[in-house]
Design a protein around this ligand. Structure first.
Ligand SMILES: [Mn+2]
Length: 298
């Protein structure tokens, strides 16, 4: 397969600094070499240009912190991804999870006209806040709501009128949801497998149900937030939550999705080298990407 790597070194949507170094950490953990080793042709497109927070007006745009800068970075990511050939598999590297507003949009629009796209959101958090519901105001807690057209009109308008259908979203690994966010999720009908579901049903059944639920979609995007994994496996994240996916649960999910042959793009986000131990989290996430892209034990 032809793979294209694109970094979005942005930490403006998060409460803590450092995930802007995520793309470097993942490259340092030999992402490209690992994927080439699986037989893929890999092109590294470099990074989307993101200004340093010290150089921009934090409150430009509206009440949301760094809105204008985040909007510009997401728009640029969306344009670059949308311009890639249809048979290319984009691997996009965050950055905080707000970058997915750009990457998911770009992937849905790739090839000229919008395609029905399924989103598999692997995360400790549902990231379904709107500016009104969010307790923190951090945009990285809001990307999925905006992808479905809710929230700030500019962020929700990134796809030029294209939006994800809530029924085409499946979340896995969930264990931290804000009170108002919970109501929004229910209202929208987004399917979320919590860690309780992972414990009870197991990853095999959850993956099968997910693929069945998203059977009508033409493209399938996996957005993997490193904090979905247990902090003992992935300590280098800004918002760690105990009780996450084990190392093997993460790999099994990726291996089963790979076997389906249906996934068309991937994000790896929220890797924070400042909080990490010897780049462990980036290395683990490169392993997850490898499993999604065909690495097998036998
Ligand atoms: Mn997230």
């Amino acid at each position: 397969m032809d793979l294209s790597i694109l970094g979005i070194p942005m930490d403006l949507g998060a409460g803590r600094r450092g995930v802007d170094m995520g793309p470097s950490a993942l490259r340092n953990a030999h992402l490209a070499r690992t994927l080439r080793g699986l037989g893929h042709t890999v092109t590294d497109l470099g990074d989307v240009e993101v200004p340093l927070p010290e150089t921009v007006d934090k409150h430009a745009g509206s009440g949301l912190v760094f809105l204008e800068t985040i909007l510009a970075a997401c728009r640029s990511a969306a344009e670059q991804v949308a311009a890639l050939p249809e048979d290319t598999f984009p691997v996009t590297l965050g950055g905080d999870h707000s970058v997915s507003m750009g990457t998911v949009t770009g992937n849905a629009l790739r090839g000229g006209s919008p395609r029905r796209t399924g989103l598999i959101w692997v995360d400790a958090h549902t990231d379904y806040n709107t500016p009104q519901s969010s307790p923190s105001g951090n945009i990285h807690g809001m990307p999925v709501a905006h992808l479905t057209g809710r929230g700030d009109p500019q962020l929700a308008g990134l796809g030029g009128g294209w939006h994800l259908r809530p029924e085409d979203i499946v979340m896995i690994g969930i264990r931290s949801v804000d009170a108002k966010e919970r109501e929004l999720l229910r209202e929208a009908g987004v399917k979320a497998y919590t860690m309780k579901d992972v414990d009870q049903l197991g990853i095999t059944r959850i993956t099968a149900e997910t693929l069945e639920r998203l059977a009508g979609t033409e493209r399938l995007h996996v957005s993997f937030d490193a904090d979905a994994l247990d902090p003992s496996v992935a300590p280098g994240v800004g918002t760690p939550v105990p009780g996450g996916l084990t190392y093997r649960e993460g790999h099994l999910l990726m291996e089963l999705l790979a076997e389906s042959g249906r996934v068309t793009s991937l994000d790896i986000v929220e890797v924070n080298p400042v909080l990490d131990t010897r780049n462990q989290t980036a290395e683990v996430m490169v392993g997850m990407a490898a499993s999604l892209l065909g690495q097998r034990i036998l």
